[in-house]
Design a protein around this ligand. Structure first.
Ligand code: ZN
Length: 167
């Protein structure tokens, strides 16, 4: 079900909430490549963004299958509240690409995190997508990502939405 575009999985599954306990997730060590990439993405999101992001390896999770299908996810606590942590799938295409360090891929990762932040704030899928797109557009207009690659990604986002609406 994962498709060619790194954002597809994010958009389709980013609203997935895992209710199971999450005992086996490993938080990246402070100086790890994962934490450096997250730090770069969070910097794009702005200093005022306070959010905990953890990169998890699906192979170490209680339910690897559920996590392999997604780029990012949230966890609902037993009392029904959302845990204020955004989990990223270490093995997902956008995370793997971001780890290679290119600006465009860091920006895409930041947009995925932005999407999840909107869910943490209570938004549904349409609101989260709008926030993700608006954030990414802001990066393009501010010249913080290469314009050609940025516009291509935005076009891709639009296409994905159309595909989804056609289902
Ligand atoms: Zn979502």
């Amino acid at each position: 079900m994962l498709s060619r575009s790194p954002c597809v999985a994010s958009m389709v599954f980013a609203g997935v909430l895992l209710t199971a306990a999450v005992p086996a997730f490993v938080q990246a060590a402070p100086a790890s490549p994962e934490s450096r990439v997250c730090a770069r993405a969070l910097k794009l999101l702005g200093a005022s963004t306070e959010v905990v992001v953890r990169v998890v390896d699906p192979e170490l999770a209680a339910d690897p299958e559920a996590i392999r299908r997604v780029d990012a996810f949230l966890v609902r606590e037993r009392d029904g509240r959302l845990r204020q942590v955004i989990y990223l799938n270490r093995r997902s295409a956008p995370v793997e690409r971001a780890l290679a360090g290119r600006d465009i891929d860091i920006a895409i990762l930041a947009a995925i995190i932005r999407h999840e932040i909107e869910h943490l704030r209570g938004a549904g899928e349409p609101g989260a997508r709008l926030a993700e797109r608006a954030f990414f557009q802001g990066l393009v207009f501010a010249g913080r990502v290469p314009p050609d690659e940025g516009l291509a990604y935005l076009a891709d986002l639009t296409q994905v939405v159309h595909l989804r609406e056609g289902r």
